[in-house]
Design a protein around this ligand. Sequence first.
Ligand code: ATP
Ligand code: MG
Length: 399
Amino acid sequence: MLIVCHYGEIALKGDNRKFFEEKLVDNIKKSLQHNGIIFNYVKRISGRILIRLESEGESEGVKLLPFELRKEFHSFQHVLQKVFGLSYFSFAWQCALDLAAIKNKAIEILKNENFTSFKVETKRSNKKFFLSSQQINEQIGEIVMEGLNKKVNLHNPDITLYIEITDNQAFLYTKKIIGPGGLPLGVSGKAISLISGGIDSPVASYLTMKRGVENIFVHFFATERGYEQSLEKVRDILRALKNYQEKIKVYFVPFSDVQKAIVLQTRADFRVVLYRRAMFLVANEIAVQEKAKALITGESVGQVASQTLDNMLAIEEAVSLPVLRPICGWDKQEIMDLAKKIGTYEISILPHLDCCSMFAPEHPATKANLAEVKTQEKKLKLKKLIKNALKECKVEKYE
Ligand code: ATP
Ligand code: MG
């Protein structure tokens, strides 16, 4: 049994192409291994990746079973649909680059399928093959019409037989399974994701992972009663994200001392902006240690008081790293829909102790003036507070 995997954008990456493809191969192998799925090999061939599921010695009876009936089908599908970089993949049959062999294989496959109308769709990456894609469509179509007594329907067929002509072999299949798209995880470097217990930040993390960014997480917590339960919630969210990024590393940073200092020494309406600046500064330090090149947040423009453009400006000024806000243009409903799809929503909606809503003022500033924010911040011994918070943080890894 064989799976042919296709990728989209990687193909455009010029000199980096080999690096991207090798990363994708590596990520596929690791995902399968992590899920305890046995395979024979995963390898690159011209413009696609092949996964061979077992050694060649499978019995003829098993060979002809529709893939959906085989026990490995669902586990492979489940895992591959979470490997970023895959645009689609197919459980496929393979045969020699020979017209008679392709004809035989086409009949062998389609005679097990239930349909009345069909079409053939050929893609040739091997341009030296003696027939064009269109000629192959016609010749195979004719054999199926005559041999199985079926009708061609180019616009709305019951079944499509896909044929790929590569350098050394042909692949045939009838179903394309859509992958998650994006770029292989890790090709875009590392970034620090500020993860709360809420709905938005896990979605922001997911979207950056999808673009190949390895996330390292930081979570700030209040050391008040009940905090352990909130940390457990964050761990649960991270376990859900582990489906997309196998190795998770998280810094749990105690934040109560920073918050108390802000509450006691600065203007009430600036608290949230000052909390956030302190969070960004801590995250920036962690980024330096981890050689990460950006921060990630789940902010969306205008969603709450701290997320106006004025306040984003006043917050972001604290650090020099770029801040990625992948959901900045999304409505809450859109964010919730994706959270459900990626499996974090049900965890995020459970109640938790949110350090930022503690001592949150009744009327937070929606347009914090940067100069005034800095004047307030100067009242704090911020460097020392940040140093202490980092000293007391706990790092956890899930692999
Ligand atoms: P979320 O659903 O992600 O909590 P939110 O809509 O509740 O977002 P805020 O609470 O204003 O928005 O937080 C904005 C962003 O700041 C979050 O998306 C997250 O990236 C970061 N953040 C907030 N609280 C924390 C925290 N305790 N630890 C780490 N990051 C946080
Ligand atoms: Mg929040």
